[in-house]
Design a protein around this ligand. Structure first.
Ligand SMILES: [Zn+2]
Length: 238
């Protein structure tokens, strides 16, 4: 009888282990970027993956059809969460961008540290991704790089507001000059690494104080994917 119970328990334990393995989730550690192909094949075989390194000498002038129109100036309530991959902010009534006459609504924004997209191989301290989606489900990300420097008041609210609702205006996270940027076609930088994502990265970096960068590092100190090959993609500049 005891033996039966023992065997049953052992079987249950191994079944639980198998279940746990099949439910393994991607991360930046044991199941990090080199293993993401196990979660979505696009991460491994995709030819337009993100992030990338912008080599400024190889950029071409922006096709005017790809011009970015920003309309993010909205005071709104937003939920701030630690989703296990990043600090994510979801505004109730975010703004939008317009690309070639098509509206993309702001869904959420989140942070990576170090940054993901590099410029001439240089890493920055943080990168913010503002994720937008149009009515057909196509995605467009506006990225802002952060360098160590002055304190950014909105960043204080976000980092101090994890787990709560806060007031935000996403416009406050954008640089003064939003007319200068890089554009390319890429993917999500996390599984499922889906492609056909429009990427816009502001040329003007924003600043975050040493304390703010340290506060972010307490949550994440390496939630970034290494840069991916361009495979012939051209990076546009305006
Ligand atoms: Zn991101």
């Amino acid at each position: 009888m005891f033996l039966m119970i023992k065997i049953t328990l052992a079987l249950l334990a191994s079944a639980t282990m198998m279940f746990a393995n099949s439910k393994a989730h991607w991360d930046y550690d044991k199941h990090g970027p080199a293993h993401w192909g196990e979660f979505s094949s696009t991460c491994k075989i995709g030819k337009s993956q993100s992030p990338i390194n912008v080599k400024t000498v190889d950029t071409v002038n922006l096709n005017s059809a790809n011009r970015l129109i920003l309309d993010e100036d909205r005071n709104t309530i937003a939920k701030v969460i630690d989703n296990g991959h990043s600090i994510k902010v979801t505004p109730e009534g975010g703004g939008k961008i317009i690309l070639n006459g098509v509206e993309y609504k702001l869904l959420q924004f989140h942070f990576h540290g170090l940054n993901e997209n590099t410029v001439n191989g240089v890493h920055y301290d943080l990168e913010m991704h503002m994720v937008h989606q149009n009515a057909d489900g196509k995605l467009a990300v506006v990225s802002v790089l952060y360098l160590e420097g002055e304190n950014n008041p909105l960043l204080d609210n976000i980092l101090g507001g994890v787990g709560r609702d806060i007031r935000v205006n996403p416009n406050d996270l954008l640089p003064d000059n939003t007319k200068r940027y890089y554009h390319w076609k890429g993917s999500l930088t996390t599984p499922p690494c889906s492609e056909d994502v429009e990427w816009y990265m502001m040329k003007e970096a924003q600043s975050a104080s040493t304390d703010q960068i340290e506060a972010f590092r307490k949550y994440y100190d390496d939630n970034y994917r290494p840069t991916q090959p361009l495979n012939g993609r051209k990076i546009e500049v305006r």
